[in-house]
Design a protein around this ligand. Structure first.
Ligand SMILES: Nc1nc2c(ncn2[C@@H]2O[C@H](COP(=O)(O)OP(=O)(O)OP(=O)(O)O)[C@@H](O)[C@H]2O)c(=O)[nH]1
Length: 203
């Protein structure tokens, strides 16, 4: 178990592409989509997990603290900001509530490369495709994150300067997760249907 880091699950989205029904609570496997994300996260972080949302009343029955966004700008970046703001550790590992195939090995790999002076560390695969919603962040990045969000910039992967930003290359990622399934995310009911099928074939 990793002690000096908090696992943060982003769950304050509007699920527009999911038809407006909260996808975090959608049935998935033997539980809900959120349960599928919580399982690998608890394997790594134990009790040290925060669920971050605009509304804090939605997730009380998952057994983890639910904390509220701090900035009034909707978006995943605001959730990351709130995770860093509320966490009691300097480092957080953030994952979206719609990434049910995230592998504990991948989380461990990313965190093993998170060292000063990095403020953010992103998995990188394909043609320079960064994964800001499955990444590690340091508390010292809060001010820069906050000012960019308030300026209306939401692409977290481009907020940090090159010296403060690290990338975990695809070759290393594949050692932890050969097919990079960790990065599959569920946006629509059709995505969920395909993922449930995959789950039945490869439980
Ligand atoms: N805390 C918090 N999380 C957010 C917010 N907006 C999005 N998220 C989360 O960020 C992750 C990625 O969100 P998206 O899939 O891009 O957006 P979404 O709102 O969930 O879905 P769409 O409305 O279909 O775009 C999901 O885990 C969301 O729950 C927000 O304002 N606050």
């Amino acid at each position: 178990m990793i002690n000096d880091c908090t696992g943060v699950i982003l769950a304050g989205g509007r699920s527009t592409r999911y038809g407006g029904r909260n996808k975090a609570l959608a049935p998935f496997g033997e539980g809900r989509l959120m349960d599928a994300v919580l399982r690998p996260m608890t394997e790594i972080f134990g009790e040290k997990i925060l669920i971050v949302s605009r509304e804090t009343g939605l997730y009380g029955d998952f057994g983890f603290p639910v904390v509220a966004d701090v900035l009034p700008v909707p978006g995943a970046a605001t959730g990351i900001h709130a995770g860093l703001f509320h966490a009691k550790t300097d480092t957080v590992f953030v994952v979206a509530c719609d990434m049910p195939f995230i592998r504990p090995e991948l989380i461990r790999l990313v965190l093993s490369h998170m060292h000063p002076p990095l403020l953010a560390l992103f998995p990188c695969h394909g043609k320079n495709h960064l994964e800001p919603l499955c990444a590690a962040y340091h508390r010292d990045g809060l001010p820069v994150l906050e000012s960019h969000i308030l300026e209306g910039k939401s692409k977290v992967q481009w907020i940090f300067t090159n010296e403060k930003k690290g990338l975990v290359p695809e070759s290393l990622l594949r050692e932890a997760d050969e097919d990079l399934q960790s990065f599959i995310n569920i946006n629509s009911p059709e995505d969920a249907r395909k993922a449930r099928e995959a789950l039945m074939m490869f439980p």
